[in-house]
Design a protein around this ligand. Structure first.
Ligand code: C2E
Ligand code: MG
Ligand code: MG
Ligand code: MG
Length: 291
């Protein structure tokens, strides 16, 4: 009923398809054509500070605006991109557009940290490092404001080259984030060896963790590990007020999820920020407001 809900619509889980409906699998040729025709577009999902409500950044989430099938979600084509060698092209397309957008927001006095998802396959060659550094510099985006998210489950498959490239990116002061934490099997020693700045607790261990003991144990352990390794902690998939209160009580740094905002088109971000600030003042931190 409130303006925010009206603007954002109802959250539809990205990979929701009607029961019994098989998801279409796209071919490498179709994806190659889509890249050529610029059919891939970036959405941006906000990350907010739990203690203050401040909007600290956004995560870039790619979608394919398919001429016949409508909006196609990344789980239907990232795998194809990785298997066919198109992933470098895809990541560069997404990253370049994200930097252009970050510059536009910077010029509009919205200095948002911008996160981009990076595939392990992108970290096979030093060319990626040079690409990232040049694309950010070209738009005047400081590396400190660029976050590279790498999924935990793939992190430890093959370590050498990716580890070196991640370390070099860190030396250039790009921020590194370990995504979907809890779904992989990284050892403490491996985590110590890669200088991550941020740890994102997978959404599977966030929603309902306040009432489910098992989820809560994994959530707590992840939070505590991140603290001890000096990483900023993001809870993914924060869906409702109860999830939000858990983050508040346990001192989680950042929140992302439907409770805050679903992924947005870039033109909707400034309007969302206004509404979110209003919601922070009137609903989420009302007492502080009354002081
Ligand atoms: P991720 O990086 O872990 O991103 C979070 C996913 O969870 C996104 O799905 C987001 O829309 C969804 N999500 C966020 N909050 C909620 C919530 O409260 N409830 C529910 N049900 N879902 C929520 P999306 O956009 O479909 O992306 C799925 C995955 O695809 C991403 O997971 C990421 O691993 C990958 N991906 C997305 N964009 C890119 C990209 O540009 N490059 C690469 N290599 N991978 C990408
Ligand atoms: Mg991510
Ligand atoms: Mg994730
Ligand atoms: Mg994920």
């Amino acid at each position: 009923p409130d303006a925010l809900a009206a603007m954002l619509g109802k959250w539809a889980p990205p990979s929701a398809s009607a029961p019994g409906t098989a998801k279409k699998v796209y071919s490498a040729d179709e994806l190659r054509a889509a890249l050529k025709e610029s059919e891939l577009i970036n959405y941006y999902q906000p990350k907010v500070a739990v203690a203050s409500g401040e909007v600290v950044g956004v995560e870039t989430l790619v979608r394919w605006r398919h001429p016949r099938d409508g909006i196609v979600f990344p789980d239907q084509f990232i795998g194809v991109a990785e298997a066919s060698g198109l992933i470098d092209d895809l990541t560069q397309t997404v990253f370049t557009a994200a930097m252009t957008q970050a510059k536009a927001w910077q010029e509009a006095r919205l200095p948002l940290r911008i996160a981009v998802n990076v595939s392990m396959d992108n970290l096979a060659s030093i060319d990626f490092l040079n690409f990232v550094a040049e694309a950010a510099a070209k738009e005047g985006i400081a590396p400190q404001n660029v976050v590279l998210e790498v999924t935990e489950s793939r992190l430890m498959q093959d370590t050498r080259a990716p580890l070196e490239i991640l370390t070099r990116l860190r030396l250039k002061r790009f921020r590194l984030s370990i995504d979907d934490f809890g779904t992989g099997h990284s050892s403490l020693a491996q985590l110590r060896d890669i200088p991550f700045d941020e740890l994102k607790i997978d959404q599977g261990f966030v929603h309902r963790a306040s009432t489910d003991e098992t989820l809560r144990a994994i959530y707590d352990a992840s939070l505590s590990l991140a603290r001890q390794l000096n990483m900023e902690v993001v809870a993914e998939g924060v869906q409702d007020q109860e999830d939000w209160e858990l983050l508040r009580r346990t001192g989680c740094d950042l929140a992302q999820g439907a409770f805050v905002s679903r992924p947005l088109l870039p033109e909707d971000v400034p309007g969302w920020i206004e509404l979110w600030r209003e919601r922070v003042r009137t609903q989420l931190f009302p007492r502080e407001d009354a002081k």
